[in-house]
Design a binder for this molecule. Structure first.
Ligand code: IPD
Length: 277
């Protein structure tokens, strides 16, 4: 039987390559930086141009589809996920890295139908690594199959997280306390690469064993979640329950053992939902 969404994925691949080239070209020029919600929540005109490029190209081909894009939502668009085929887009995941030319910068696109992720594409465009996954068909980096590390022992794991600064001192205290709790398990180490989508791909290809984060958005997670799952990874909510794309939080790991070990250790941070304004 024909795969109804493969054509969408092929189109997505083309436009993601174009977007990555646009980002690399922009890195050769001056970058003008603007603030969004706070002095550490950054956006550039490249974020906006790349999102326009992606959405206009897809809309032309699939006019009835829905979109949840980071910059469109920042400009007031809805981020309610429906059963309609929906493209969830982060034009530059790792904007702070982009501003500093720190080399983990990605274009992340996840595609859902009936609220289920059908495929994901994450292009780490400075490294030129194109991660792809179609539901049920495995995960790939530049066309070669990838797999999680299969590590079961949390004390031998390398863990990723991110340190999004919030003005609220209690939030900051929990963020730091969680890192201390994880480090003192002990684990081999913690890394914070600065792009949630790249973090998911690093676990997917076995370069790290786990990643936890509270306070990100569906556009940071959708593309990478497909890749992680198809690479054999485990994805769950930070409570240990089922993963919810709109919940703004997740744990992923090479094994259930490690994911549950992290869930048991960390304290919850209130972070709201993407589908509640
Ligand atoms: C950010 C990155 C970063 C995470 C932030 C996200 P953006 O995405 O994924 O790793 O710490 O919470 O907002 O804003 O660069 O698309």
């Amino acid at each position: 039987m024909m795969d109804p969404w493969q054509e969408c994925m092929d189109h997505c691949l083309g436009v993601t390559e174009e977007a990555g080239k646009m980002i690399r070209d922009a890195l050769q020029k001056d970058i003008s930086v603007m603030q969004k919600s706070s002095p550490v929540d950054l956006v550039t005109d490249t974020d906006q141009k790349v999102e326009e490029l992606i959405i206009s190209s897809i809309k032309k081909k699939y006019p009835s589809h829905s979109f949840i894009g980071e910059e469109s939502v920042a400009a007031g668009a809805s981020s309610i996920l429906t059963d309609n085929p929906t493209w969830i887009i982060d034009p530059i995941d790792g904007t702070t890295n982009f501003v500093h030319r720190f080399p983990f910068v990605s274009v992340s696109i996840g595609f859902t139908v009936n609220k289920q992720i059908e495929f994901g594409i994450v292009y780490s465009c400075i490294e030129d690594k194109m991660y792809t996954a179609r539901k049920g068909k495995g995960a790939f980096c530049n066309g070669a199959p990838i797999k999680v590390s299969m590590q079961q022992d949390i004390t031998k794991s390398l863990v990723l997280t991110e340190m999004s600064f919030k003005k609220d001192p209690e939030h900051f205290r929990i963020l730091m306390a969680n890192m201390e709790r994880i480090l003192s398990i002990p684990v081999h180490g913690i890394r914070t690469p600065g792009s949630a989508a790249v973090n998911l791909c690093l676990v997917a290809c076995g370069a790290a064993d786990a990643y936890y984060h509270m306070g990100i958005h569906c556009w940071d997670m959708a593309g990478g979640a497909a890749i992680l799952t198809e690479a054999g990874g485990v994805i769950m909510d930070v409570t240990g329950g089922p993963f919810d794309l709109m919940s703004r939080r997740l744990i992923v790991a090479s094994s259930k053992n490690i994911a549950e070990g992290i869930a048991k250790k960390i304290q919850l941070l209130p972070c709201g939902r993407d589908d509640v304004s």
